[in-house]
Design a protein around this ligand. Structure first.
Ligand SMILES: *[C@@H]1O[C@H](CO)[C@@H](O)[C@H](O)[C@H]1NC(C)=O
Ligand SMILES: *[C@@H]1O[C@H](CO)[C@@H](O)[C@H](O)[C@H]1NC(C)=O
Ligand SMILES: *[C@@H]1O[C@H](CO)[C@@H](O)[C@H](O)[C@H]1NC(C)=O
Ligand SMILES: *[C@@H]1O[C@H](CO)[C@@H](O)[C@H](O)[C@H]1NC(C)=O
Length: 375
């Protein structure tokens, strides 16, 4: 960085070094958002104290291990001693990423955050090591409305959700888990999520119908309205329908976009009974050459955009739909389905080229192994 001042101040190398070192934390002018990036070799963690007045805080650990904190912090201490200090913190939204975190440290942080007004917690690219401390007598963690995880691995495997859940007050509304390393939950340990309306399991390409059945713990999501399964390795809508029925889940909205749904369902399989609550179904970017059979008879919204439909679907092939989207199918684009062009782009309309969905290698590999474990 600061090359020119460094040349001018050759006699003051120390000053140059400090001038060239980027500050790890930046607070915006309104002190609303604070971002720390501790990617240097020897991060000065106390710089994060700058974020104490911010509402939206993001801390990236540069892949460092937070193990040393475990020695310094007494994570089993009574968090009430921090209560007054934590109540003064304004953070509503916290993102923690790129670090190795011992589970007791994570749980200790959640207990302390129990006194904060934190509503949204995002964990990304974390490796959670070790086991969690024994469960609390009462829910003591934060009253989150939203919890999002992306590429978080847990040493405890499939029991991580049940263990994490014990440290959150009930009332979580949105749970999103992408690039998961294990979605084969220990369902008997998972407690009911009484207020959870949105479950997003998108970007788990190794999940599939079988993994979905394992992840949707039966009767644990009674309030579920929205289920997102974008890019989740789903092959047939009917397989999803069966998983929903098995789990007793009754969503209103279901997103199956960005799955390869071209495989047709086994004709000898029993006909699916969709949840009667379902009114919005997203089947866009699914490589469909025809409208899948066995869709719910009536929907408010059906998105079939960006598929490979070469002719307009007949009325008897479609459910009754209030809001039908067919944009980006070859039959609507003059010339898009001519044989020559077909061989060049396999019938994909240019406007519908899927954006590269970010899926980590490590997550994908772990998922494939996980999928084998489901088998
Ligand atoms: C953090 O800083 C490193 C090095 O300066 C940079 O490569 C990386 O993109 C930064 N990460 C974020 C999330 O800004
Ligand atoms: C369906 O999914 C696609 C891709 O994920 C998205 O762009 C579109 O807005 C969704 N449609 C509806 C009706 O929500
Ligand atoms: C149909 O759905 C699309 C996408 O969700 C939305 O933009 C549009 O307003 C809807 N139209 C009607 C008539 O509801
Ligand atoms: C996932 O997280 C690990 C750290 O736990 C990191 O090494 C890896 O690069 C991450 N993968 C992606 C795709 O970001």
């Amino acid at each position: 960085m600061e090359r020119t001042p460094c040349l001018l101040l050759l006699l003051l190398p120390l000053l140059c070094v400090s001038a060239g070192m980027p500050e790890p934390c930046e607070v915006d002018d309104e002190a609303v958002r604070c971002v720390c990036n501790f990617s240097g070799p020897q991060p000065n963690w106390p710089d994060a104290l700058q974020c104490i007045g911010a509402v939206d805080v993001e801390i990236r650990g540069g892949g460092h291990s937070l193990e040393p904190f475990l020695k310094r912090a007494d994570v089993y201490a009574d968090p009430r001693q921090y209560a007054d200090m934590v109540k003064a913190v304004r953070v509503r939204r916290l993102t923690v990423g790129a670090a190795r975190v011992p589970a007791p440290l994570l749980i200790g942080a959640l207990r302390v955050l129990g006194y904060s007004r934190l509503k949204e917690l995002m964990l990304e690219d974390l490796e959670v090591t070790g086991t969690t401390p024994p469960p609390p007598l009462e829910a003591t963690g934060p009253a989150l409305s939203t919890l999002r995880l992306r590429n978080v691995s847990w040493a405890t495997g499939g029991s991580w959700l049940a263990e994490l859940q014990q440290w959150l007050k009930p009332g979580l509304k949105v749970l999103s888990i992408a690039q998961a390393h294990s979605l084969a939950f220990s369902c008997e340990q998972v407690r009911t999520f009484p207020a959870l309306t949105t479950l997003d399991l998108s970007d788990n390409p190794g999940l599939g119908e079988r993994g979905l059945t394992a992840a949707l713990c039966r009767h644990k999501f009674p309030a579920l309205h929205n289920l997102a399964l974008r890019n989740a390795g789903i092959q047939t809508p009917i397989g999803v329908c069966a998983a929903l029925a098995a789990a007793g889940v009754q969503p209103h909205r279901l997103d199956l976009s960005h799955n390869s749904l071209s495989a047709t369902a086994n004709p000898s399989a029993p006909e699916c009974v969709w949840p009667s609550t379902l009114n919005s179904l997203n089947l866009s970017f699914a490589g469909l050459q025809q409208v899948p059979k066995g869709l719910p008879a009536k929907l408010s919204v059906l998105d079939l955009s960006c598929n490979r439909l070469n002719r307009a679907p007949r009325a008897d092939e479609l459910p009754k739909v209030g809001n039908l989207t067919l944009d980006g199918n070859p039959f609507l684009v003059p010339g898009a389905s001519t044989p020559q062009e077909h061989s060049m782009n396999s019938g994909v309309v240019p406007a519908c080229v899927p954006s590269p969905l970010s899926v980590g290698m490590s997550g994908t590999l772990a998922l494939l192994q996980g999928a084998r474990a489901f088998a």
